[in-house]
Design a protein around this ligand. Structure first.
Ligand code: HEM
Length: 186
C-alpha cells in the first residue's frame, strides 16, 4: 500500500472548484462557501471558512477478487473530462463503531452490496476515500468523487442505491457538496 496521503479540503473563496450546491442530507450541514480547494500533503494550509482533514489508508473490507476488479476498472483523479466533483463528508453512528469487523463487512457488502453496486459505476466515477475518525474531526470519512458532467445522473442513481441500503441506516451525518471545476483568481 502507498503511504497515507494527508488531504485538506478548504471551503472558502479560493480554489479550482466552484460550489454548485451544498445539501445537509442527514444532520447539520456545512456553511455554504463559493469555492473549494483540495490541498494534498503539507500540513500548513491557508485560512478558510472551514477546513476538513483526512488521510488515505489501507482498505478495511475489500476482498481479493474485489480488489482485482477495482484495480482493473477504477480511473485516477484529475481526468480532463471529469469537470464535476462531489465532496460527501460522512459520519457513522456509535452503533456502527460498536460492531466487529466481520459484522461491518456483512452489512457493507453481503447485505448492502456497496462494492458490487459501486463497481457498476466505474470507470465513469473516480473516487478517493479519506479517513478522519481518528483525527477527532466532525466526520468519520471524507469521500471525494470526480466525473464528467454527463455522468451526474448516473452518480445520483448510485447515491440513491447506497442511501437506501442497510449500511446507510448507520449514517448519522452526511453533507453532499457538488462542485464544478472553473478557473478562479485564487
Ligand atoms: C463510485 C463507486 C464506488 C465504489 C467502487 C466504492 C467502493 C468502495 C470500497 C471498495 C470501499 C471499502 C474500502 C475498504 O475496504 O476499506 C468503500 C468504502 C466507503 N465508501 Fe464507497 N464506493 C463507491 C461509491 C461511494 C459513494 C457514492 C459513497 C457515498 C458518499 C461512498 C462512501 C463510502 C464510505 C463512507 C466508505 C467507508 C465505509 C466504512 O469504512 O465504514 N462510496 N467504497
Amino acid at each position: 500500500m502507498p503511504p497515507p496521503l494527508h488531504v485538506a479540503f478548504l471551503g472558502g473563496t479560493t480554489g479550482p472548484w466552484e460550489t454548485i450546491s451544498s445539501t445537509a442530507v442527514v444532520g447539520p450541514g456545512l456553511e455554504p462557501v463559493p469555492r473549494l480547494a483540495v490541498v494534498e500533503g503539507g500540513d500548513a494550509v491557508p485560512e478558510a471558512t472551514w477546513t476538513l482533514r483526512g488521510f488515505t489508508s489501507n482498505e478495511r473490507y475489500v476482498e481479493r477478487a474485489e480488489r482485482t476488479s477495482l484495480v482493473e476498472r477504477q480511473p485516477g483523479l484529475g481526468r480532463a473530462e471529469a469537470e464535476a466533483a462531489a465532496l460527501i463528508p460522512i459520519r457513522k453512528s456509535p452503533a456502527w463503531w460498536d460492531l466487529t469487523q466481520d459484522e461491518r463487512r456483512a452489512i457493507l457488502e453481503d447485505r448492502s452490496q456497496h462494492i458490487a453496486v459501486g463497481l457498476r459505476y466505474l470507470p465513469a466515477v473516480a473516487r478517493r476515500l479519506h479517513h478522519c475518525r481518528d483525527l477527532g474531526e466532525p466526520f468519520d470519512f471524507l469521500t471525494w468523487f470526480e466525473f464528467a458532467p454527463a455522468d451526474t445522473d448516473a452518480f445520483d442513481e448510485l447515491l440513491g442505491l447506497l442511501r437506501a441500503s442497510e449500511e446507510w441506516t448507520y449514517v448519522d451525518r452526511e453533507v453532499d457538496i457538488r462542485l464544478m471545476r472553473s478557473p478562479s483568481a485564487g
